[in-house]
Write a protein that binds this ligand. Structure first.
Ligand code: NAD
Length: 297
């Protein structure tokens, strides 16, 4: 069983680390938040007082942090992961961050003779708790293969996406598809209803026709159509609109850096900005359906 240092024990990192403990691994954990540490301790994680202590002497360091600047600081800052990690250790960053930061931290790790993986996830808090996440992983194949047993504990699938940063590219592109799809569904279901077509009938047709997509089947924004959808719980997330906006902005950032035109992604980012700025960042991302209907909450 491996000795693991886990840094960032929030909504996602907390349950991921708990699943590693349940599988028999020894996990040292650190977070700047006292509540996260309390919960972690209850879940059998050995709580320590700094990044340095969490990373020292372990075979694997996993991080699950809010954004690029936190990842930079935790890896390359004073007393950071790279300054204390032992030779041959595996470094896995599961945070969703911008591609440029992910590649910069990979490079810094390489300069210290360490291999790193960017391994953002899909599946949300429910997926983290159930050990059912999907990992999209950038880095060397050898590092991916070495980390695979840990991905298998925390998730249901792990795909090697190619070299450093490609995990973040995959995440940004996947969630751009999801955000654009949600807006398309919201528009189409609203138009159907305004033209006298029962939304249930549109679902019965489109879910078996060429307009079908994952968001329509699983996160349908019209209440009463898909029982498990957030639309039936007053749009309680689920996947918060603020998180979707973060991911859409990361996609725009990547598009800008690559000189790539993503006009639908840009439009989706603008619409989610309006939704979040109107006070609904904590609603499920499918709540944009209400905004497009001019109903709000
Ligand atoms: P969160 O805010 O609940 O957890 C992040 C944790 O990092 C917090 O507990 C915070 O205190 C800690 N932290 C921040 N700076 C730190 C530092 N310097 N040292 C140690 N700890 C530090 O966020 P989350 O929902 O767990 O999300 C984590 C990452 O996963 C984000 O990048 C997010 O985009 C991504 N993600 C989240 C979801 C989701 O549904 N919540 C789904 C997929 C991906």
């Amino acid at each position: 069983m491996a000795e693991i240092g886990f840094i960032g024990l929030g909504n996602m990192g907390g349950p991921m680390a708990a699943n590693l403990v349940k599988a028999g691994h020894g996990v040292k954990g650190y977070d700047i938040g006292a509540d996260a540490l309390k919960t972690a301790e209850k879940n059998g994680i050995k709580v320590v007082g700094s990044v340095e202590e969490a990373a020292q002497g372990v075979e694997t360091v996993i991080t699950m942090l809010p954004a690029g600047e936190h990842v930079h600081e935790v890896y390359t800052g004073e007393g950071g992961v790279l300054s204390v990690t032992r030779e041959g250790a595996h470094l896995i960053d599961c945070s969703t961050i911008d591609v440029a930061s992910a590649r910069a931290v990979h490079e810094a790790a390489e300069d210290e003779g360490l291999e790193m993986l960017d391994a953002p996830v899909s599946g949300g808090v429910a997926g983290a708790e159930a050990g059912q996440l999907t990992f999209m992983v950038g880095g060397s194949e050898a590092a991916f293969n070495a980390a695979k047993p840990l991905f298998d504990i925390m998730g249901k699938a792990a795909v090697h996406a190619g070299p450093a940063g490609n995990g973040q590219v995959a995440k940004a592109c996947n969630n751009m598809i999801l955000g654009i799809s949600m807006l398309a569904i919201s528009e189409a279901f609203t138009l159907a209803e305004k033209q006298g077509l029962d939304p249930q009938k549109l679902f019965d047709i489109s879910s078996q026709a060429s307009g079908m997509c994952w968001a329509m089947l699983n996160h349908n924004p019209v209440p009463g159509i898909v029982e498990t959808a957030a639309s039936n719980r007053d749009y309680k997330p689920g996947f918060a609109a603020g998180m979707m906006l973060k991911d859409l902005r990361l996609a725009q950032d990547a598009a800008l850096n690559a000189g790539c035109a993503t006009p639908m992604g840009a439009e989706a980012a603008a619409l989610y900005t309006i939704f979040c700025n109107s006070g609904y960042a904590d609603k499920d991302y499918s709540g944009v359906y209400k905004m497009l209907r001019g109903e709000w909450f």
